[in-house]
Design a protein around this ligand. Structure first.
Ligand SMILES: [Zn+2]
Length: 174
């Protein structure tokens, strides 16, 4: 397998952009979306795959985003502890933040579906951001922003989950 090359012109075989497996798309018409049966990655069947991300790039980008999230999220928890010295809430927030990161990390280990990944990150993150605002001792402007962010994250998470479920029901899985 050469990068971006040899599989492109083999009409019925496509390389999954999620797990890198070869998918026999023989029964599916060109231009029709399909889902990888193993990792649920979305792709379009056709001789010229519009998706140029390789499975490794997908994994790398997702991991880097999660790592950046982990750093930002955990520093917010520490910031809370430093600002309020409330250890109980600090533990609640930190555990929830770890859960917010653990969900997408667990999904990423087995599935490479972007909508599912976003849903598994943003739903718990929305709850976290809301709690971060609700936690005692946060009354500065930043807290208010985080609460709105929480609602926004939660809404994005729900939309992503609905999109994923719709695709899961509607698309052929090969
Ligand atoms: Zn796959």
């Amino acid at each position: 397998m050469t990068p971006g090359g040899s599989t492109r012109y083999r009409l019925d075989m496509i390389t999954c952009g999620g797990c890198g497996r070869e998918i026999d798309a023989g029964g599916v018409e060109y231009g029709v979306k399909l889902m990888c049966g193993r990792c649920y990655h979305l792709q379009v069947n056709g001789p010229e795959p519009p998706r140029t991300l390789s499975s490794k790039t997908f994994l790398l980008l997702s991991s880097m985003c999660l790592l950046a999230m982990a750093l930002a999220g955990l520093s917010l928890c520490v910031l809370y502890l430093l600002g309020t010295e409330d250890l109980g809430w600090f533990i609640v927030l930190t555990v929830l933040m770890l859960a917010s990161l653990g969900c997408p990390a667990a999904v990423l280990a087995r599935r490479r579906n972007l909508a599912l990944l976003i849903a598994s990150l943003y739903l718990p993150l929305g709850v976290w951001a809301y709690l971060w605002r609700a936690a005692p001792g946060i009354d500065w402007e930043y807290g208010k922003m985080t609460a709105y962010g929480g609602l926004f994250f939660f809404a994005v998470g729900i939309v992503a989950m609905l999109l994923f479920l719709r695709d899961l029901r509607a698309l052929p899985r090969l």
